[in-house]
Design a protein around this ligand. Sequence first.
Ligand code: ATP
Ligand code: MG
Length: 292
Amino acid sequence: MTTSDLSYIDCSGLFKIYKAADLEVVALRGLELNVNRGEIIAIVGASGSGKSTLLNILAGYDFPSAGTIRVGNFDLLQMTSKEIVDYRRHEVGFIWQETSRNLFSYLTALENVELPMVISGTTESERKERANDLLDMVGLSDRLYHKPSQLSGGEQQRVAIAIGLSNQPPLLLADEPTGELDDQTGHEILELLNKVNQDLGTTIVIVTHDPAIATSVGRAVAIKDGKTSTETTREISSERKLGGDTTGTEEFLLIDSAGSVQIPRDMLDNLNIERRVRVDVNNGKVTLEPGD
Ligand SMILES: Nc1ncnc2c1ncn2[C@@H]1O[C@H](COP(=O)(O)OP(=O)(O)OP(=O)(O)O)[C@@H](O)[C@H]1O
Ligand SMILES: [Mg+2]
């Protein structure tokens, strides 16, 4: 299998500019992101860094201002309104940042999981069976007839995951799925997402402000000011870290489609590099020296 066969999400030079009254906010500025089919990744960034903006675009709820974005066979900039409906219904499952937005308060857990299947026209017997199976998979087979107010926060998130998976999408997007949970419950939700990824092969993208999540998934990409900057993988090679202290992980700088690399300011300051660098290749390594 070649890299292009594996490539599932491909975002390049993505911009999102919001206009509110006379004010323009650049929420994404040239973001690059590649995710392989069957991967589970976290996108980690501070509040306002553009995480929800990116996730809403990936979900087909919002559209970028410029750039390219492909998910599977869908070109998200070129979709007809019929394709958008098809994409949202069958390609992606979405878990919202606000827990309450994921569930209808007057429906039971079982009915909540069945609802997206009612909308997509799944037969009654099939949707009952699938809703039962999904709630069993997320560990809630004894809470089928509970309404959201009768469930804990962690249980509500489990139902939300089952809802997101109800139409068997190849992609599951989760916006801060552990944001409103305590550490232990949050950890269990991440374990469940890893299990879904392994058992169903679903590609999963989690966005979060919590850097600790990076150690729970295969790969974590940092987002800063609407741009992906560095990436951490779980491969162990402690001496090659970029100054971080996350034991057992390795951090890389990302190269964008124009070939640009953003070198952290503290590294440049340590080397007294200001406006220019001299670049050399020695013994297979690239070296940078002050050029001023
Ligand atoms: N609908 C909108 N109209 C105008 N500006 C917006 C809109 N949505 C988001 N923004 C702005 O875009 C930027 C990125 O917002 P976004 O919601 O993507 O951040 P986030 O990383 O998800 O933050 P948080 O961790 O707080 O959820 C912010 O500066 C925000 O104010
Ligand atoms: Mg957000």
